[in-house]
Design a binder for this molecule. Structure first.
Ligand code: AMP
Ligand code: GLY
Length: 423
């Protein structure tokens, strides 16, 4: 069948790279894609939230499967759009329905879901403009630091962690009066959890599920986890401190009740669940749900899946996931993200990238923000390239990623040199 991947980042290049190896893939398309995807697939220029344009693309190219990379089209209801359209409802679209996507699209909904199915998470309450005083009183009952979350999608910027009580009250006011637009019309205030973060990825067909490799990403721009938040500066898989006993806790206390909740609420969910966790002492708590794969986590998770991803996703859509096995590469994988100088604040684009043809064997460069200009690969975004390597353990894999990222260059290129420092 012909397969379409929606999105343009490192995550989507990785999906395209993996699906290109599938026995189920005839022609591969990525929309809009980047310079990396253009080498292995046909790029189609469209916006991932323009459902009519996506429909035209699917019909014109006789697409049999659509893999949705980012959250916005899912939260906007792309899966429901396909289901309700007589020309599209046979297409295997991978992702949750709009109701399922609310687990990411609304922090309040996610917290209510977790409360309902006894899934461990930080204690919380949510507030609107008319309950601002109650919100301030709730803050007084908590200990510093204070965690304030915009309910809706805010491009990864909607979470504030504040040490000072008066400042937290002021930020609550700012958020409720539109700091993040409609996204912060409701604010979730929650207890601060102190621990180390990790992510677990689950593929579900709504009935059964497969747990994919764990990963840990590095979100801050600066070494030692300092400075502004980014989309992610690199990732490591598997997470070395997750042993069998801890994984069993995650599966029993979090994965199983999550899938049970989706089923009990008859939510159409055929796709990935990305569970952001924090390990406090020896127990896992959910920080957030995402209804898609992570970026750059995908750049280390998919390369460790040996099974045919096209088959896995087809079985997911057919609700036959229970009938297949997922084979995982026991080696570690790491990815180091090379970004534009200035990112995540303002940065320049259009810088020529050199060294891409000098990589060691078994190193994969996934493109994030790149484009082709007069036959040359140039930067076109903040996060530019993710350099993925394998090793017997994460330290060996990281060494290889670093050895190879050093061979790549573009004007003002930056990358973190301390990934794994906390492991
Ligand atoms: P979220 O968008 O919900 O993942 O939050 C962004 C980041 O804020 C997380 O990756 C954590 O580092 C941090 N965070 C969110 N909630 C909490 C919490 N309850 N306790 C401690 N840190 C948190
Ligand atoms: N790397 C975090 C995310 O994809 O949301």
């Amino acid at each position: 069948m012909n397969i379409l991947v929606l999105g343009s980042g490192g995550r989507e290049h990785t999906f395209a790279w993996k699906l290109a190896q599938s026995e189920r893939c005839d022609s591969l398309f990525v929309a809009p894609g980047n310079a990396g995807t253009s080498k292995i697939a046909t790029n189609i220029s469209l916006s991932v939230t323009d459902f009519d344009a996506i429909k035209n693309c699917v019909l014109e190219n006789e697409i049999g499967m659509v893999v949705v990379g980012p959250e916005n089209p899912l939260v906007d209801g792309i899966v429901d759009f396909f289901k309700q359209d007589s020309e599209l409802n046979k297409v295997a679209i991978i992702g949750p329905s709009k109701r399922g996507a609310l687990l990411e699209g609304s922090k309040e909904r996610a917290k209510e879901f977790m409360a309902l199915y006894d899934i461990p998470t930080a204690a919380y309450e949510s507030f609107k403009e008319d309950s601002i005083e109650a919100g301030k009183e709730f803050l007084e009952t908590l200990e510093s630091p204070y965690v304030l979350k915009a309910d809706g999608l805010a491009a990864g910027k909607g979470v504030l962690i504040i040490d000072d009580l008066e400042e937290a009250k002021q930020e609550l006011e700012n958020m409720l009066s539109g700091k993040f637009g409609d996204a912060s019309a409701t604010v979730v205030i929650e207890e601060f959890l102190d621990g180390i973060e990790l992510s677990v990825f689950v593929l579900t067909d709504g009935n059964s599920y497969k747990i994919l490799p764990t990963a840990k990403d590095y979100k801050r721009i600066g070494e030692g986890d300092t400075g502004l938040n980014t989309g992610g500066m690199g990732a490591i898989s598997p997470v070395p401190f997750v042993d069998e006993a801890f994984m069993k806790k995650i599966e029993d206390r979090i994965v199983k009740p999550t899938v049970r909740g989706l089923k009990e609420e008859e939510i159409d969910y055929k796709g990935f669940v990305f569970i952001g966790l924090i390990k406090v002492n020896d127990d896992p708590y959910v920080i957030e749900y995402n209804v898609r794969m992570g970026d750059p986590e995908t750049e280390v998770v998919l390369p460790r899946i040996k099974s045919d991803l096209g088959v896995l996703l087809e079985k997911t859509f057919q609700q036959q996931l229970a009938s297949v096995e997922v084979e995982i590469d026991p080696r570690a994988a790491t990815t180091v993200m090379a970004v534009s100088g200035g990112y995540p604040e303002s940065y320049e684009k259009g810088k020529e990238i050199s060294g891409l043809d000098t990589m060691e064997e078994d190193v994969i460069v996934f493109h994030a923000g790149t484009t082709l200009k007069e036959g040359k690969t140039v930067t076109s975004g903040g996060r530019v390239l993710a350099v993925t390597s394998f090793g017997d353990d994460y330290e060996k894999a990281l060494k290889k990623s670093y050895r190879n990222v050093e061979k790549i260059s573009f004007d003002r290129m930056y990358y973190r040199k301390d990934l794994g420092f906390d492991l």
